[in-house]
Design a binder for this molecule. Structure first.
Ligand SMILES: [Zn+2]
Length: 150
């Protein structure tokens, strides 16, 4: 469990106002309208966003089936993506296929997951919060990022 201090700091943190480049907006909007999105497209969007916020680029992996638990014959607790830092090496993973039908995730959803994971990354490396938690402030930062880009 995150400490109360981190929780409060996280809730009170908003993204700095930076100018979002046309490159970022184009890669985001074009990506959302693709029929099928690739790892290269996702990496490109992530790079552009990191550049705008002047933070080191982070590798994005777009592969695998969403981990899930089956409960009463229904899928519950799907994992859509993951931000990890192992031995100082950071990466974002966006799971590519749905658990049941193994269908590739739609581009709009995929990019949403990417923004979510990027905020986890920002929490650690831009805001140095010490932990990154799904509090109200976290979800506000995702909306803020989305509003800045579109
Ligand atoms: Zn998360």
């Amino acid at each position: 469990m995150a400490s109360k201090k981190i929780y409060n700091e996280s809730n009170n943190t908003t993204l700095p106002i930076v100018s979002i480049s046309k490159k970022t907006k184009d890669s985001y909007n074009n990506g959302r309208n693709l029929l099928s999105i690739t790892q290269k497209d996702l990496q490109n969007i992530a790079n552009n966003i990191c550049d705008d916020f002047d933070i080191m680029r982070i590798p994005v992996d777009f592969s695998g089936i969403q981990p899930s638990k089956i409960y009463n014959n229904r899928i519950s607790r799907k994992v859509l993506g993951r931000y990890s830092k192992i031995c100082g090496f950071e990466k974002i993973r966006v799971f590519r296929f749905s658990p049941k039908q193994k269908k590739q995730i739609a581009p709009k959803t995929t990019i949403e997951v990417l923004l979510h994971e990027l905020i986890h990354y920002f929490d650690m490396e831009l805001f140095h919060l010490g932990d990154t938690i799904h509090c109200l402030g976290f979800h506000k930062r995702i909306s803020q990022l989305r509003d800045m880009i579109k």
